[in-house]
Ligand binder design. Structure first.
Ligand code: CA
Length: 219
């Protein structure tokens, strides 16, 4: 799950980014509304966490701009303005959820998991290609009905490839699904994940297009 996190309180942003990454989310942080509006178009995040009190554009206007681009991108508002009126305004403008500061990280995580479940049940909870089945809710992988052990990132690579079967995934696009901005990623990281995945999957399941990327062909 790729989160776009819009928050101008840098100390809070750093602490929260770390907690979310620890839970396996890919977190891209921005401190300004204008940058966030742009990133929604270019980075296609799965969830936006949006602070309302931003230095350049008010969060409610950022939300309006996001809704013009995407009507169904989940947006969770995070704010110190906790009066009922503000909640109603936020939800009326199309926010999906609302969390008042200060809040417990656990509560934020619980709400993010709700979004995650909703996304996987509506899209690809269970996805089968050939002998391989992945379940995005339980994070389980089966090959010919045997359960295969996988690291979280191996699962993310496989999921990205299977959800886009028949289309090439470049190394860059896979990296952006697995790692947050600014996170140290060595140049052969994706190759290493693919190498490990191939040992666990049927021969030829993941194909390399030299110099371009990887593909799982639809059978
Ligand atoms: Ca703020």
């Amino acid at each position: 799950m790729q989160i776009l996190f819009v928050e101008d309180d840098i100390a809070l942003a750093e602490a929260l980014t770390e907690s979310l990454q620890h839970e396996g989310f890919v977190v891209n942080h921005l401190a300004k509304g204008a940058l966030a509006i742009n990133a929604v178009k270019t980075e296609l995040p799965d969830i936006v966490i949006l602070d309302l009190g931003l230095p350049d554009i008010d969060g409610t206007d950022v939300l309006k701009a996001i809704r013009k681009v995407s009507s169904d991108l989940p947006v969770l508002i995070l704010t110190a303005r906790a009066t009922i009126d503000d909640k109603v305004i936020g939800l009326d403008l199309g926010a999906d959820d609302y969390l008042a500061k200060p809040f417990e990280v656990d509560e934020l995580l619980a709400r993010l998991r709700v979004f995650e479940r909703r996304a996987s049940t509506s899209k690809h909870a269970g996805l089968t290609i050939g002998e391989v089945t992945i379940d995005s809710v339980s994070h389980q992988v089966n090959v010919n009905d045997s359960i295969i052990d996988m690291s979280r990132r191996e699962f993310m690579v496989l999921k990205a490839l299977m959800e886009n079967a028949g289309r090439v995934q470049t190394r860059d696009s896979l990296e952006s699904k697995l790692y947050s901005w600014g996170e140290e990623v060595s140049s052969n990281t994706i190759e290493v994940h693919i190498h490990h995945l191939r040992k666990k999957l049927p021969n030829g399941f993941i194909q390399t297009l030299r110099g371009i990327g990887y593909i799982i062909k639809l059978t």
